[in-house]
Structures are given as C-alpha cells and as structure tokens.
Design a protein around this ligand. Sequence first.
Ligand SMILES: [Zn+2]
Length: 243
Amino acid sequence: MEFSNIAEELILSIAKEDGLELAKLLYSLGNIDEFTLAEKFERDVNYVRSLLYSLYEYKIVSYSRKRDPKKMWWIYYWEINNDRINELLLKNIKKEIIDLEDQKLKLYDNQTFECKECGRVFNFEASAENNFQCPACAKVLQYVDSSFLLKEVEDKIGSMSQMLNKINKELADARIEEENQREIAKEKEKKKKTAKRKADKKKKTEKKTKKKTTKKTTKKPTKKTVKKKTIKKISKKKTTKKK
Ligand SMILES: [Zn+2]
C-alpha cells in the first residue's frame, strides 16, 4: 500500500519527514505492534511512539491494545487510518477550491494594468486615477491580458475537482466494503446460531432415544420406583389442596 502524493504532502505538513517515513512504513506493514514497528524503523521505541502520537492527534493512525499474557502489560497495535486521511484531504481540497473560485472572480472583476518599465501592477481604479501612467516612472500603463491567469486558475479548479471526486469515490467504496463485511459477519453469525440450534435439537433427540432404549432394557427394575414417586407426588398435592 502506498500513499498518493497529496496524502504524502498532508502527512508531511502534520508530522514532518520522520512522521511521513514512519507512516509509509506502517501503511506497508498493516496492523503491527509498536515494538516490531520500532525495530523495522530502526529507531528507539519512545521516539516512534512520539511520532505515532503526533499522527494520532489528527487520527491519521489508530490503535488497539492487548494484554501481554506473560508480562501482563499492554501492547499497542497501530495502523493507518486511510479514511481519515481522505477526509482531511477532502477538507483541504474543498478549501482550496473555494479560494481558487474567489481568485477567479477577482480576475474577472479586476482588470490589471502594468508598467513595462518597473513592473508595477495596478487595478483599473488606480490606473484611471493616474491617467493610466505609472506614478513612479510616468510610462504609459499597459493593459494586462489576464486570460492566461484565468485559464491557470480554471485548470487548477478542474484538477482539484477531479481529486475531490476520486477521494469521494474512494471513501464511498470503503463505506460499501465496510457494509459488505458487516453483512457477511451477520450472515455468518446467523448460520452459526441455526447450526447450534440444530445441533442442540439433535442432542436432545439423541438423549431421548437413549433414555427410551435404556428404559426398554431396564424396564422391570425401574418400574417400581417410578410408580412410587408418582404416588408420593399425588399424595403431597392432595394434602396441600386440603389446606
Ligand atoms: Zn513604472
């Protein structure tokens, strides 16, 4: 498993280079305990823990723990939370698209004029105020064709939107996969239960048939005791009724 470039950038901004390298290793290893992870990362376990915590602050990693049966302490198992990375990316991309849309509007609104001499740039209002002359070098200001800038911004919005769709799809797929796994688990549980019920029923009928067969073989000696018991019960009931 490998991160996308934008995912790497995101992790780098959160956890610096070592954090990113550790995240990459963890992603390739899957669920793993922190001691083995530290060994593979060739760094001290405490340092690895500190990196994991900085990733955990953003829930980029998640953990589960198990008690070591010999030493009785907790062992932490870590894994990459890819859905969370995608969620963070979505948030960032959405923000970036909003910024770009803003830029686009400004490009539409603001015609720009430039002094070819000193490179200063003015909007329409400022240029008009100075009679379209540069206030510094008195050169005539030239209209800047910003259509290429507009195209740049629009291209960026396009690629950002594509990324957004891709990540959304990935998240949706992950959700569907999760739902499927849950359904499968449910179905398994159901089958287990019905199998158990059947097995229990079978056991019961086996016991009954066993009893019957044992009754048949030892019919004579048990007959008397059974009779006595039923007589006792009846007599008890009778006495309680009288009271
Ligand atoms: Zn100038």
